[in-house]
Ligand binder design. Structure first.
Ligand code: GTP
Ligand code: MG
Length: 336
């Protein structure tokens, strides 16, 4: 059965953190990383930080098989470096139809004034490669000899695993509001980042989906250009202690306060049955490292229950620090 993790805002909500927590806790049989190298996911485990652009954040669960699906795009240098860093060579597989980005596509994006100046692209070559795939001129994983030992049929393996009752974690990337279809076009990424797009990346239908978990952060951030309603000034961000920098680009993230009305709409479009909220510790004093809901400051509990009421879906997971296990897990109480 599939658990799909979706970013709820503009990315960087902490999908890497939620995925790594659920990996430690649920020990899924498989973990699938969708999207591409323009999204950096951070997993912190036993004090060590991993910044992942290809390998699923669930790699910290030692018996979980790691999967890159046909809808994803890889870059060989990035992938091989991460496989070495995570020591996962013997348990990672790639679909034969996964797209392969080369330096040529990255160079095309760097020379593209519209992407650089207008859209605020990360210029990793993802959009250029995807457009070549659509025009059927891009090479795929099966066309590269050095990938041959990793190649598998991902949809077939995922379905077999689900039919055997195995748990499969599917990690989305970026966020709902960066979706090519549902986001703030043209200030969006080059793919559909919502639950439907994530499932399409894997390449199977919805029959085996058990949970769709939308991940929000306790405040909103956005990198690059495009509208951001309620954007705070750099001084306000500094005063609140909400400053963040991009995992892939190092750019300072723009910030706005949490918006329950927006969150409700995102939950609805993604058909989510659960919500996770990270960085509770950044917003509420006394929340850092708390792993028991009753030990959260009252102010935080009041806010969480108010948001829960407004969005109408249980908030099952609450992040209280960067470490994978700094998490309050309310699934046992809230899910029947
Ligand atoms: P994208 O696909 O790029 O959107 O990535 P992402 O959603 O995985 O987020 P990313 O890792 O880029 O950024 C999240 C940052 O917040 C990282 O530095 C995490 O270590 C950190 N983080 C995640 N959850 C928490 C939390 O609950 N508390 C604190 N203090 N930090 C957190
Ligand atoms: Mg990120």
């Amino acid at each position: 059965m599939l658990d799909i993790l979706v970013g709820g805002f503009y990315g960087d909500e902490g999908k890497g953190k939620v995925a790594s927590y659920l990996a430690v806790k649920d020990k899924p049989a498989m973990a699938v990383r969708t999207g591409s190298i323009n999204a950096g996911h951070t997993a912190v485990y036993n004090g060590k930080e991993y910044k992942l652009r290809s390998v699923p954040s669930a790699f910290i669960s030692p018996n979980t098989r790691l999967i890159i699906p046909p809808g994803a795009l890889i870059k060989r240098e990035v992938l091989f470096k991460e496989i070495e860093e995570t020591g996962t060579r013997n348990r990672i597989s790639i679909d034969s139809h996964t797209a392969v980005i080369t330096d040529a596509e990255a160079a095309e994006e760097k020379n593209n004034a519209h992407l650089s100046n207008e859209v605020g692209s990360t210029k990793q070559g993802v959009g250029a490669a995807e457009s070549k795939r659509i025009l059927r001129s891009l090479k795929l994983a099966k066309d590269y000899h050095e990938l041959s030992s990793f190649i598998t049929n991902v949809p077939d393996e995922v379905i077999k695993c689900a039919e055997d009752g195995g748990k499969i974690q599917v990690e989305g990337s970026q966020g709902h509001l960066l979706s090519l279809y549902h986001g703030t076009y043209p200030y969006v990424t080059s793919r559909n980042t919502t639950s439907s797009g994530i499932l399409s990346d894997v390449g199977i239908g919805p029959k085996y989906v058990a949970n769709i978990i939308v991940i929000f952060k306790a405040f909103i951030t956005r990198v690059g250009s495009g509208p951001l309603e309620g954007e705070l000034s750099p001084t306000e961000v500094e005063e609140l202690g909400y400053s963040e920098f991009g995992t892939v680009t190092g750019r300072q993230r723009r910030v706005a306060l949490f918006d329950s009305k927006l969150a409700k709409e995102v939950v609805r479009i993604n058909s989510a049955n659960q919500v996770a909220i990270t960085k509770i510790d950044t917003v509420f004093n006394g929340a850092k490292g708390v792993r028991d809901y009753s030990k959260l400051p009252q102010e935080a509990r009041v806010w969480i229950e108010d948001v829960e009421q407004q969005i109408g879906v249980p908030i099952t997971l609450l992040g209280t620090g960067p470490e994978a296990e700094d998490m309050i897990d309310r699934r046992a109480q809230l899910l029947k």
